[in-house]
Design a protein around this ligand. Structure first.
Ligand SMILES: Cc1ncc(COP(=O)(O)O)c(C=O)c1O
Length: 395
């Protein structure tokens, strides 16, 4: 049986609502968020709806999740000379966005849930540490209570990389709304999507204003007027603006969020209830809240067992795999401080230091992940359980 094997969650919900919204924008011939012949203000609408959903004062839509992280860093004054603590068990964009501000990541080991380990954070705080990037890996929030406590004690900024966890909760707060600001992605594999896109969420008006300026070439824009770069507080910036087409799609996707999250949870629960937990060790849920069930992760004793399991599953059409080719601190980008510039910017300015992350190193190649595609049907789930049973009996 061919088992759906894709990480596209929101993508599978794209339907007639998104099509209608996109057609409206096309007909309006107003694809730019700030003005056009008959602007529909889809981006403003998306930001308003997202503020309500997240329970925050400010949301700024932008071009993607990476630019959202960069905007969070910039709006918090993170730049050359600064270090940002983060886990190496993530997608490289979490670190690239920090490098793009002239700061460098300092990689900190992970906890059993495969998020940054709060107990390792304090050991890694140095004179240049400015912030913690709490990356909520594969739908499970970091231990935000401990992280916020440490940040307060050491006067550090907390930015939440919520690209993989939109819709998750910590206590009664939405992931991405606990630190100074949260960065989110609308890329095709995320809980809701516009193909590409992103947004930031914050309760701090200064962070919002600065991020808004930076994302609009550093200018100061009132309403839909042309921006000025002459007001005293304008800065240099880049163009990280979202389009009306993306916002129109994201708006429709947001209306479907409860249904999307419930479907992911139902599929996850179906599998978890039937997997023999005496044989299979599942990624533990140590967070105090609700997860986004984007994947299922099985932990093995060693790499050989994990590889044998992955091969068996792949041979049977089930796409388990390790998370990605390497931990990001092992990529050449960091090992050799590779940069487009001969000065090795920004490693030269911010003094990137290699750190050891033995738990991440040990876990990385012995965890088998399976993305819970939202197109999985009950028959697929039954088949997966059957193959898990067969594997267990064979080995
Ligand atoms: C943890 C994490 N951070 C950041 C990003 C970057 O998001 P985007 O692809 O929208 O730039 C991703 C995207 O996959 C991600 O998984």
């Amino acid at each position: 049986m061919k088992i759906p094997n894709d990480p596209f969650i929101g993508t599978h919900y794209i339907g007639k609502e998104e099509l209608k919204a996109v057609k409206q924008v096309i007909k309006s011939k107003s694809l730019f968020r700030y003005h056009g012949p008959k602007l529909l203000y889809k981006t403003d609408e998306f930001e308003e709806n997202m503020k309500k959903y997240l329970g925050v004062k400010y949301v700024l839509a932008c071009s993607n999740g990476g630019s959202a992280i960069k905007l969070c860093c910039i709006a918090n004054g993170i730049g050359p000379g600064d270090e940002v603590l983060m886990s190496p068990f993530t997608f490289i964009a979490s670190a690239s966005s920090v490098l793009a501000c002239g700061a460098v990541p300092k990689f900190v080991d992970i906890d059993e849930a495969m998020n940054i380990d709060p107990n390792e954070i304090e050991k890694n705080i140095g004179p240049n540490t400015k912030a913690i990037l709490a990356i909520h890996m594969q739908g499970q929030p970091c231990d935000m209570t401990k992280i916020m406590k440490i940040a307060k004690k050491h006067n550090l900024i907390v930015i939440e990389d919520t690209a993989q966890a939109f819709g998750a909760q910590v206590g009664n707060k939405k992931a991405g709304t606990i630190g100074e600001c949260g960065a989110f992605s609308l890329q095709a594999g995320k809980t809701i999507t516009a193909g590409e896109g992103g947004f930031i969420a914050t309760n701090n008006p200064k962070i919002y204003e600065l991020a808004k300026m930076y994302h609009d070439n550093g200018g100061y824009r009132v309403g839909s007027n042309y921006p000025t770069w002459e007001k005293g507080n304008t800065i240099f910036g880049e163009n990280f603006k979202i389009t009306e087409l993306q916002s129109a799609i994201a708006n429709e996707q947001l209306k479907k969020i409860d249904k999307i999250l419930q479907h992911q949870k139902d599929n996850y629960d179906y599998l978890i209830e039937r997997i023999d937990k005496n044989f299979y060790k599942i990624r533990p849920n140590i967070s105090d809240g609700k997860l986004v069930h984007s994947s299922i992760a099985i932990i093995f004793n060693n790499q050989e067992e994990c590889e044998r399991f992955i091969k068996y599953m792949n041979d049977n059409g089930i796409g388990f795999n390790i998370y990605c080719s390497n931990l990001i601190n092992q990529f050449d980008t960091f090992k050799y401080k590779n940069s487009w510039h001969k000065s090795k910017f920004p490693y030269n300015i911010s003094n990137y230091q290699e750190t050891k992350c033995p738990k991440a190193q040990s876990l990385f190649r012995r965890v088998a992940w399976f993305s819970l595609s939202s197109s999985l049907k009950r028959k697929h789930l039954k088949y997966i359980i059957q193959k898990l049973e067969e594997y267990k009996n064979e080995f």
